[in-house]
Design a protein around this ligand. Structure first.
Ligand SMILES: Nc1ncnc2c1ncn2[C@@H]1O[C@H](COP(=O)(O)OP(=O)(O)O)[C@@H](O)[C@H]1O
Ligand SMILES: [Mg+2]
Length: 395
């Protein structure tokens, strides 16, 4: 069975060849921003990229920054990751340069490798950077740039770290980070996170602080890939596979074929199969979808989509978004001018441009798709089914 939540690595990792090769070729010249909501497969892709880069003998450092809440902590994480990287020690002169440049390194150099001293070093770096982090960091990155070797940083959950920083710190940090990318020909960053980066930077620096990143969207699998995955899991589980089962399962999930949605569906089928001691057939698949995925148990699968509106959208936007989604979830396609009518009613703002900004946000956050000919529709059938049950009561 594929993991239901944890990143898919090793043999569990399926497909994504196009995304991986696009990102690797982009890295020749640019840094990359991976865009997708929670559970779409960003961390799995980042882990795969790490492996590909390491296999190609590149220097690559993976950072998970969900708990970082200040610029100096962010930078101390980078420095620690560099110090701990054995390839960096072997291939660059970074470590001796750090040793010459910083007291915190001299004090601890003999003890590196022993975890308790690493913790001490981390604290020392953090304390040292607390005051004047911009000036002190300049020296750190002068040293890193002299390494004369390409270094790729993969930074997971970056927008969460930015959000946790004090607004002034976040703004200074984003400007500093932008400049760092400009002046460092050897550094590349693959940055990802589940909350919309555009929304997070809107109040701290604006999109100009991230507009040099090449954006790569993580969408669903192609249908055939999804069918192959389902067949593979059936075989692994020792269940008899008939092609119509694959079609039936994908019919329930609908497009987009997000791997996580397939994973929760298959693991629910497994539970149903074991509990009922039954056989897998169309009826069991349908029952699983209607009663497990869309039933009580499934309530929390998509709850973060409605929370995200509350947390990241302004009050007016949230109100208008909820009212629009409430109507769009009941139909295949919803006319844009009717959605504009809802917007005007909910916000008392008669401004088409502002309305279209909201539609763009809802599209970028993977709620809706806007087809200029047919109107608005949900990005995912499964999310639409869920939304209809929990948020779809039309007044
Ligand atoms: N390439 C993949 N192959 C197989 N399953 C995947 C893949 N990508 C994502 N998944 C499924 O999605 C879940 C979440 O993946 P993850 O990479 O943690 O997403 P994110 O970082 O976007 O939240 C995994 O537990 C797995 O079920
Ligand atoms: Mg992740």
């Amino acid at each position: 069975m594929i993991p239901v939540g944890n990143p898919a690595v090793g043999n569990d990792f399926i497909d994504r060849e196009k995304e991986i090769s696009l990102i690797l070729s982009t890295l020749e010249k640019d840094s990359v921003l991976l865009i997708a909501p929670r559970r779409f497969g960003k961390t799995s892709i980042m882990r795969k990229l790490e492996k590909e880069l390491l296999d190609a003998d590149e220097i690559c450092v993976f950072l998970e920054v969900e708990d970082v809440n200040s610029p100096h902590r962010f930078i101390s994480e980078i420095v620690m990751a560099l110090i701990e990287n054995e390839k960096i020690e072997r291939r660059t002169r970074l470590i001796p340069a750090f040793k010459n440049g910083f007291q915190w390194f001299k004090d601890n150099i003999e003890e590196i490798g022993i975890s308790v001293f690493k913790a001490k070093l981390r604290t020392n770096i953090k304390n040292d950077l607390k005051e004047n982090w911009i000036d002190k960091t300049a020296l750190i990155f002068d040293i890193i740039n002299e390494a004369d070797s390409k270094i790729c940083f993969i930074v997971d959950e970056f927008p969460i770290a930015i959000e946790k920083m004090e607004p002034k710190d976040a703004e200074d940090f984003l400007h500093w980070f932008r400049k760092l990318r400009q002046v460092s020909p050897n550094l590349r960053f693959i940055v990802g996170g589940s909350v919309s980066m555009d929304r997070v930077v809107r109040n701290v620096g604006g999109v100009s602080v991230i507009n040099d990143f090449k954006r790569v969207r993580v969408d669903g699998f192609q249908k055939q890939t999804a069918l192959d995955l389902i067949e593979k899991i059936f075989q692994e589980e020792g269940w008899t596979y008939v092609p119509s089962y694959g079609e039936k399962i994908l019919g329930c999930i609908g497009e987009a074929y997000i791997p996580y949605f397939i994973a929760i569906m298959l693991s629910a089928i497994k539970e149903e199969y074991i509990l009922r001691d039954g056989e897998i057939n169309d009826e069991l698949i349908e029952k699983t979808y209607n009663f497990r995925i869309l039933g009580n148990e499934g309530k929390y699968y998509f709850e973060h989509y409605s929370q995200r509106l509350r947390i990241f959208y302004g009050d007016m936007e949230e109100k208008a978004a909820i009212a629009i989604l409430k109507n769009v979830c009941n139909v295949d396609c919803y006319p844009v001018d009717m959605a504009f009518g809802i917007f005007k009613r909910e916000t008392a703002i008669d401004d088409y441009e502002q309305f279209m900004d909201l539609i763009a946000d809802l599209s970028n956050d993977f709620y809706l798709e806007h087809d200029p000919e047919n109107g608005l529709k949900f990005y995912s059938k499964m999310l639409q089914d869920w939304w209809r049950i929990y948020h779809g009561d039309v007044q």
